[in-house]
Structure formats: C-alpha cells, structure tokens
Design a protein around this ligand. Structure first.
Ligand SMILES: O=C(O)CCC(=O)C(=O)O
Ligand SMILES: [Fe+2]
Length: 282
C-alpha cells in the first residue's frame, strides 16, 4: 500500500488522516507571495552554496540569505508572515493538536530541484522519511506544511511511497541500535543539539538505507503527484515516504508534536519500530 494524497476538507478529522499516513492537499493555499515580494523568488537570494533560506520564528533570524538592507527586510517579512499563516492554518486544521504543537524552522527553497547536484544522503529526489542528524526529535513527530509559490505555473512533483508499516517491516532487520555512549559523545562534541535517542538513531539509518538502495528506489510501491502552484499540503514526513522530483520556489514550515499528543500514538513511527524491535527506543 502506498500513502495517498487526499484533498483537505476542513472539519473532516485531519488528524486521523495524517496519522494514517496520508498527505493532505489544499488546492487553494492559505498563503500567497505578495507583488512587492515577487523579486525574492530567485536563487540569487541564497548566500554561497546554500539551497534554502532558513528562518527561526522564535528569534526572527534569517540564515542562508545573501540579501541586505531593504530586500533583507522584505525577505524576513515574507518568511514571518508565511510562518504565522502556516501556524494558524495547522492549528485550525488540527484542533486536537493545537495546544501541543511546537513551531520549528521555516524554509524557503528557490532552487530548481531537477538536476541539482547533491550527495546521495542529501538527495531528496530519492524516496525517504525525514530525520534530522543535528536536531534529534526524541519522541516528537515531524509535521510539515508546504506551499508551492512558483510564479511560472510549474508544479512541485513528488513521489509518495509505501506506508510506514510496510517500510518498517522491510528495513527494520537492517536497523541497529548505536554503540552505548554514542549519543553522549555526539552531544558532547556538539554534533547534535540534544541527546540523540535510539529512535532518532534508527530513523537516521532508515533515511539512509532507503536513499542508498537504488533497487528499492525504483521497485518500491510509489505514486507520482504534482502539487500545482498556489496549493499547499501537509504530512507527517517522518512517516510518509516521499521524494521531490522537480519544482522551484517553495515555502515550508516544520512543526514538532509529542507522540503523546496524537489521537493514536500506536501509529507513530516510534511505536511501530518499538513493536518490531521489541524494546523501548526512548
Ligand atoms: O522540497 C520538497 O518539496 C520536499 C523535500 C523534502 O523531502 C524535505 O524537505 O524533507
Ligand atoms: Fe523529506
């Protein structure tokens, strides 16, 4: 079974559909780039070799951007407005999560994905589930909201892969608990911002094993889906196998949600992997 892209219908139990591993798609996005902001839609807003501009809604700090002066202010304003609107949208769409959601980072992705050079590990045109090497999630879910803001009418083309139960059953035998002391060492060396849980370590391995397995990439159950410009979508990207094949100009907001705030935490990747491994991973 593959995960599915479903039209989002307010008032129809978005939380249940997200927890079942679906992508919820909003054809008419809650956010649009305003006319004075449109000059920001160019890869030249990026500093150096960055692929994204990153924004921290808590501090208002922008990183990875080349802009200075007035255009820096415009960029910060657009990211702050997007982050605010994405937060309001998710709280409305998922009232059961509202009190427990934590706003993470915001990103702007002005580079065409197709043909972009990258290492296999960073290559998001390969099917994967999300896992963050430097910022462990501990027992939290990764919920992400995306908006395609392409001004030339081009879609963002994704592949959506098999459901997490299938994925986990296939890869779990190849996922190993890290050596004792690894998490403390990574944290002491400041390679991670907090302690990497056994769950984080297994999810990083799952991300890597999926991307490394070229036979799996072509043979795995999967469905292409084109998200038109002006549309938004959201998913638990730690659960939904996904790959972004082509497209340019996207905004993304990350949220973290403790598994205990889910309607059914038994569906979380954490609990699925714990059942397969027969032990606690936190
Ligand atoms: O840029 C995209 O459309 C999604 C890329 C991706 O896989 C991710 O951000 O985790
Ligand atoms: Fe991803």
């Amino acid at each position: 079974m593959t995960s599915q892209v479903r039209p989002f219908d307010s008032g129809s139990g978005a939380e249940t559909l997200l927890e079942a591993g679906h992508v919820l798609w909003l054809p008419d996005s809650f956010f649009a780039v305003e006319v004075p902001e449109s000059p920001l839609l160019t890869p030249s807003v990026l500093a150096g070799t960055n692929k994204n501009v990153s924004f921290d809604p808590a501090s208002g700090r922008v990183s990875g951007a080349s802009a200075t002066g007035q255009s820096a202010g415009l960029l910060r304003g657009m990211l702050a407005r997007f982050s605010h609107d994405a937060d309001a949208f998710v709280r409305r769409a998922c009232p059961a999560y509202a009190d427990r959601l934590r706003l993470g980072r915001t990103s702007f992705r002005p580079v065409e994905i197709a043909g972009r050079e990258s290492s296999w590990r960073k290559d998001d045109t390969r099917l994967h589930v999300d896992s963050f090497p430097a910022t462990p999630v501990q027992d939290q879910r990764i919920l992400r909201v995306f908006v395609n803001v392409n001004p030339q009418g081009r879609p963002r083309s994704w592949r959506v892969g098999e459901d997490f139960d299938g994925l986990a059953a296939r890869f779990a035998p190849r996922l190993r608990a890290p050596m004792p002391g690894t998490a403390a060492l990574l944290h002491a060396l400041r390679l991670t911002k907090s302690r990497r849980s056994p769950y984080d370590a297994l999810m990083l391995q799952l991300h890597d094993r999926m991307k490394q397995d070229t036979a799996y990439q072509s043979a795995a159950p999967q469905m292409p889906f084109d998200f038109p410009p002006g549309s938004a979508w959201m998913a638990f990207t730690d659960q939904v196998s996904h790959a972004a094949m082509s497209g340019q100009h996207q905004l993304e907001q990350t949220f973290l949600l403790p598994v205990g705030a889910m309607l059914d935490e038994g569906r979380s990747p954490l609990r699925v992997l714990e059942r397969l491994k027969g032990r606690s991973l936190i």
